[in-house]
Design a protein around this ligand. Structure first.
Ligand code: DTR
Ligand code: CA
Ligand code: ZN
Ligand code: ZN
Length: 439
């Protein structure tokens, strides 16, 4: 819908913006969604979906001798489960076989079509367990989070600059055998295309810590900033060097990073102070034990880390050599709109662009509401300029799901853009479902 939008003079808008800031200062944090990440907003990864994968892996172990170890039927059944999900979601999958300890091992490699083939962002996790148990935290947790992130990429039909490749490794517990085999057999010309490898091995520990690998600084910062934005302190993962599947990639000079929630080391009092949980107790008392079942997971840690996986994929896959087609900046966090109350906002942060916004800036608005005639809907540019999109029209109709086109050519592109919504009449209410800008 093409609108010749009303543009409020900046001074007035600046005053309004300050007033809004004052209002929001006292408002509940939920009154405004946090500014979107530097480039694109990753979707929330539903914890329920991640746990559903863990339930499947648990039942696979239960019906295959109690484990999902290399060379056992439970491992191949785990591979088949993950592969089927990815095939159905449009991935190009391949099974890479190798032999270890006299048994056939399998790596599952899944490529998401598109992106710059010369800049491949990889994320992986080992799918095998030890023979002692089902390996739900070690490493069903990492495998399920990576799988659900890959499925979220498909649901979003995400088109990142870089090419995305996901991997599930075999025989990690025998000494990083599967990931070593993959790297050793990757031609050097292909290795040089791998821009980075993200590793997720144990990210749902029952007495969790929040550890970030201290390898590539950009990857490390991406994770640390993500958790900082949630107010969650992190620590550098120091004991992990060489202890998981990022090591073969690091050894050939590929930038690596990852997350870890702790294994058999003991949580200190200081760590319990900042993260909760039990000091003097291992992060995972069931490490490499038969009790590493679906009961051996901390949901909060699994949820936060799964969302961090998606954030890293969305963030680090930007900035390739090929220009993105239609730069999209989206915030899908729900923001409640108080009935007949203060304005609320959803923000996206645009960065890395040059010059001004386009004369035909696409603004996708998705507001769930039972009486849209109550609503005033504005686009607020980074400098505070206000572009009114809808002003108390629509009467008793439900929901505003519209694409507005705004002439934002006088606005600098970079900065925090806000969708501002105010309900100005009693009864009926709703929430901002999503806000998207396409440059
Ligand atoms: N190698 C993992 C567990 C593990 C132990 N310490 C770290 C540090 C960082 C990543 C993983 C780990 C395993 O037993 O599968
Ligand atoms: Ca989540
Ligand atoms: Zn292990
Ligand atoms: Zn592991």
């Amino acid at each position: 819908m093409n609108l010749s939008v009303l543009r409020v003079p900046r001074r007035t808008a600046a005053v309004a913006a300050l007033a809004l800031a004052g209002l929001l200062a006292g408002a509940a944090p939920a009154a405004t969604a946090a500014p979107g990440p530097a480039v694109l907003a990753a979707p929330d990864i539903p914890l329920a979906n991640v746990k559903a994968h863990l339930t499947q892996l648990q039942s696979i172990a239960t019906s295959n001798g109690g484990n999902r170890a290399h060379g056992r039927t439970g491992y191949r059944a785990s591979i088949d489960y993950v592969k089927a999900k990815l095939d159905a979601a449009g991935y190009t999958t391949a099974l890479q076989t190798f032999t270890s300890s006299g048994a056939t091992g399998y790596n599952l490699i899944a490529d998401w079509p598109g992106g710059d083939a010369n800049q491949v962002l990889m994320a992986g996790s080992h799918l095998d367990s030890v023979t002692a148990g089902p390996g739900i935290n070690d490493n069903g947790s990492g495998s399920a989070a990576v799988l659900e992130t890959a499925l979220a990429v498909s649901r979003a039909q995400f088109k990142p600059d870089k090419h995305l490749r996901f991997a599930w490794w075999g025989a990690e517990e025998l000494g990083l055998v599967g990931s070593k085999y993959y790297v050793n057999n990757l031609p050097s010309a292909e290795r040089s295309k791998v821009a980075g490898y993200l590793n997720f091995d144990m990210i749902g520990s029952p007495n969790p810590g929040y550890f970030v690998y201290d390898d590539d600084p950009t990857i490390e910062k991406t994770f640390k900033d993500y958790f900082a934005g949630l107010g969650i302190p992190t620590e550098i993962e120091t004991e992990g060097d060489g202890r998981s599947d990022h090591a073969p990639f690091k050894n050939v000079g590929i930038p690596v990073g990852g997350l870890f929630s702790g294994a058999d080391y003991t949580k200190t009092a200081a760590q319990a102070q900042k993260w909760g949980g039990t000091s003097g107790q291992a992060f995972d008392r069931c490490y490499h034990a038969s009790c590493d079942t679906t009961a051996n997971i901390n949901d909060t840690a699994l949820d936060r880390n799964s969302d961090a996986v998606a954030h890293a994929i969305w963030t680090l896959s930007a900035g390739g050599t090929t220009p993105p087609t239609g730069d999209v900046y989206e915030n899908t966090a729900d923001v409640a709109i108080p009935d007949n109350g203060a304005a609320v906002t959803s923000s996206v942060t645009v960065s890395g662009r040059t010059g001004n916004a386009p004369a035909a800036l696409k603004v996708d608005v998705n507001i769930v509401h039972t009486y849209i005639g109550d609503l005033v809907v504005d686009l607020v540019a980074p400098d505070g300029s206000v572009y009114n999109l809808q002003n108390r029209t629509g009467g008793s109709a439900d929901n505003i799901v519209k694409t507005f086109t705004v002439n934002a050519s006088s606005e600098a592109a970079n900065g925090a853009w806000k969708l501002r919504v105010q309900d100005k009449a009693a009864q009926d209410t709703g929430y901002i479902n999503s806000f998207k800008l396409t440059f």
